[in-house]
Ligand binder design. Structure first.
Ligand SMILES: Nc1ncnc2c1ncn2[C@@H]1O[C@H](COP(=O)(O)OP(=O)(O)OP(=O)(O)O)[C@@H](O)[C@H]1O
Ligand SMILES: [Mg+2]
Length: 247
């Protein structure tokens, strides 16, 4: 089954002055895929993620997540659906400063009815998997950006979402931290079959993925699949970006 099926999704912002941010965009994502979405600033990438997550209503078209349409869900259903099926990673981590790394990772389990000890154990396991096991007692301001981002990936994955959505997850990171974070995304995708959709400006970051979808003016402009080595894919990505920019 497709984990995600976007069918002619359109999003128009505003009433007097209208901006067509996403324009009849269709995209199919198979279970276990790892996809980067690239495109110029303002091309509609974040809007697309917000449509998928149901945070923004579609103007027209439809989106199916594991065969279930997000149309016609009430706000409450949509919130529960987001909570159960989706994981989110943001550029600025969205962690809670007053909580420890371990408590932040544990947050999505709070509504599951599990006892505190179990939740703590699971949070610890995930922190270990992401290489931040000895930081669970630290607060956010006591860790690096790369470590904070790995905590936010652990938080996004701890409730085993069907689809992981990430918007510029390496945008605030230096290149070494970005690489470490990307290796973690790859590991989660390969070992836990987490289907991932990641927006990025950075060709290096995108080269870790298996498919890159290029968006221009709210439409799919092109897409390429990784067949050979990462470095070769990186060159291919740069070529498409050059071609898009040069049009
Ligand atoms: N709330 C809003 N109201 C009106 N227009 C908006 C709103 N949010 C975004 N837009 C417009 O929609 C278009 C797409 O924006 P979006 O944020 O999806 O782009 P993006 O590809 O994520 O860009 P970036 O790479 O800069 O993050 C832009 O023209 C933007 O100005
Ligand atoms: Mg954006």
């Amino acid at each position: 089954m497709k984990v995600l099926s976007i069918q002619k999704a359109t999003k128009i912002y505003g009433s007097s002055v209208q901006v067509k941010a996403v324009d009849q965009l269709s995209l199919e994502v198979n279970e276990g895929e790892f996809i980067a979405i690239m495109g110029a600033s303002g091309s509609g990438k974040s809007t697309l993620l917000n449509l998928i997550s149901g945070i923004l209503p579609l103007t027209s078209g439809d989106i199916f997540i594991r065969g279930k349409s997000i149309l016609g869900m009430t706000e409450e259903e949509s919130a529960i659906f987001r909570r159960d099926e989706l994981g989110f990673v943001f550029q600025d981590y969205n962690l809670i400063d007053t909580l420890t790394i371990g408590e932040n990772i544990m947050l999505p389990l709070m509504f599951t009815g599990k006892d505190v000890k179990t939740m703590q154990e699971e949070a610890k396991d995930y922190a270990k998997k992401l290489g931040i096991g000895d930081l669970i007692g630290h607060r956010i301001y006591e860790v690096s950006g790369g470590q904070a981002q790995r905590a936010s990936i652990a938080r996004a994955l701890i409730h085993h979402p069907r689809l992981l959505l990430a918007d510029e997850p390496t945008g605030n990171l230096d290149s070494a931290s970005a690489q470490e974070v990307m290796r973690q995304f790859v590991r989660c995708n390969e070992e836990e079959q987490v289907s991932t959709l990641m927006v990025t400006h950075d060709a290096k970051t995108a080269s870790y993925c298996k498919r890159v979808v290029f968006i221009k003016d709210g439409k799919v402009f092109n897409e390429i699949y990784r067949e050979g080595k990462q470095l070769q894919f990186y060159d291919e990505i740069l070529n498409v970006l050059k071609f898009m920019g040069g049009e």
